[in-house]
Design a protein around this ligand. Structure first.
Ligand code: NAD
Ligand code: WQD
Length: 339
């Protein structure tokens, strides 16, 4: 049995990755304390898998409890570390929680893995490490900019910690640093998807909640940027495509020793906020009341990935369109409304 430890496996990206791991013949073992997800997610995963996934309700910053999971469930052929806090604004208000949950948990995981000769780590990083890049598309060589938030800094720091651990003379650890662009959508079954708690910060849940009538309107944060229609540009990637990249990363690590490399995970194309709203309306036939508002402080004007390295080295590329992602997100929102 090829077991993979998936921290944060009940979360948005983690739950979809658990499904893809299962389909690729791995046995995922989830560690999640539901601090930003709901136990029902496990039922959604079970609906797709046909059985309940293995799960431990444990905080990744609890070193003893994490050691217990390795002792009970190990050995693991790899670890995928999703568990982290991810709200940019909250990280500004409460930086210490972010350093503890994102950085300290990663340090604990690396120490346990080193001690137990568990050598393959896949780490959830973010395009946020690039800030507003000077050149587009962003390649993995593009220099990091000063992090705008404690959240962004935790990703830069964790990448550096992982690189240092791999580079240590006695180390056997290998790692893949995956820099996600903007993950959106949901599983086509509608059994799992994104579960924003409270008012969504991200564009797509805000669009689907507005379309569903839960929000009055969506405010487009500025239309005076240097882009085709004045609204910001992002690289939106279907979460199922993103999940499959984690399987590709595990395959890439297999048979390699003591390597560390980073990969951008995006489509290679950018879309404006207006294009996303228009595509949603066209694809679903549902209106999204919206108006133009002020710029959101700290927003990057435009960013999209060069997806070439992931395609050439991981043998992975996106296959699902923005339209498909928006239809799947809408399908998920409607399932949520039924509950
Ligand atoms: P999410 O909040 O939906 O999932 C994270 C999961 O980890 C949640 O289920 C949460 O309960 C769990 N968790 C958090 N801290 C934990 C802890 N200490 N112990 C146990 N469980 C814990 O987030 P997501 O969107 O799935 O993101 C997953 C990863 O990808 C994160 O590291 C995030 O920073 C990164 N990322 C996300 C995005 C995005 O836009 N969603 C973009 C780039 C990078
Ligand atoms: C997308 C676009 C907004 C909401 C965030 C994190 C980043 C990374 C990816 C984790 C922007 C616009 C949004 C709204 C709007 N996550 N928008 N009205 O800003 O690219 O990045 O997710 O690592 O760290 O900051 O994503 O979904 O918030 O915004 O006009 O109500 O939609 O201005 O242009 P973003 P987002």
């Amino acid at each position: 049995m090829k077991k993979v430890l998936v921290t944060g496996g009940a979360g948005f990206i983690g739950s979809h990755t658990v499904v893809e791991l299962h389909e690729a013949g791995y046995t995922p073992v989830i560690v999640d304390n539901f601090c930003n997800s709901h136990p029902d997610v496990l039922d959604g995963i079970a609906t797709i898998l046909g059985h309940s996934p293995i799960h431990h309700n444990i905080d990744c910053t609890d070193e003893q409890a994490m050691r217990g999971v390795f002792a009970k469930e190990g050995p693991f052929v790899g670890v995928i570390h999703f568990a982290a806090f991810k709200a940019v604004g909250a990280s500004v208000n409460d930086p210490l929680s972010y350093y503890r949950n994102n950085v300290h948990a990663t340090e604990i995981l690396l120490r346990i893995m080193s001690e137990l000769d568990c050598t393959n780590l896949v780490f959830s990083s973010s395009c946020t490490v690039y800030g507003q890049p000077k050149q587009l598309p962003v390649t993995e060589q593009t220099a990091f900019q000063h992090a705008n938030s404690p959240y962004g800094y935790t990703k830069q720091v964790c990448e550096r910690i992982i690189q240092d651990v791999v580079a240590a003379p006695s180390s056997a650890t290998s790692a893949v640093l995956l820099r996600y662009f903007n993950p959106i959508g949901a599983h086509p079954s509608g059994a799992i998807g994104e579960l924003p708690i409270g008012v969504p910060e991200n564009l797509i849940p805000y669009i689907t909640q507005t379309a569903a009538g839960k929000r009055k309107e969506i405010v487009i944060f500025g239309d005076d940027y240097e882009t085709s229609d004045g609204t910001c540009v992002r690289d939106y990637i279907h979460v199922v495509d993103l999940a499959k990249a984690h399987v590709a990363a595990l395959h890439w690590l297999t048979g390699k020793s003591n390597v560390c490399d980073s990969f951008n995970l995006g489509t290679g194309e950018g879309n404006t906020v207006k294009e996303v709203i228009d595509t949603f309306v066209e694809a679903t036939g549902t209106q999204v009341p919206h108006r133009i508002g002020d710029r959101r402080p700290g927003d990057v004007e435009k960013i999209w990935a060069s997806a070439t390295k992931a395609q050439e080295e991981l043998g992975w590329k996106t296959t699902l369109s923005l339209k498909t992602a928006l239809i799947d997100a809408w399908n998920w929102q409607q399932k949520l409304e039924e509950q």
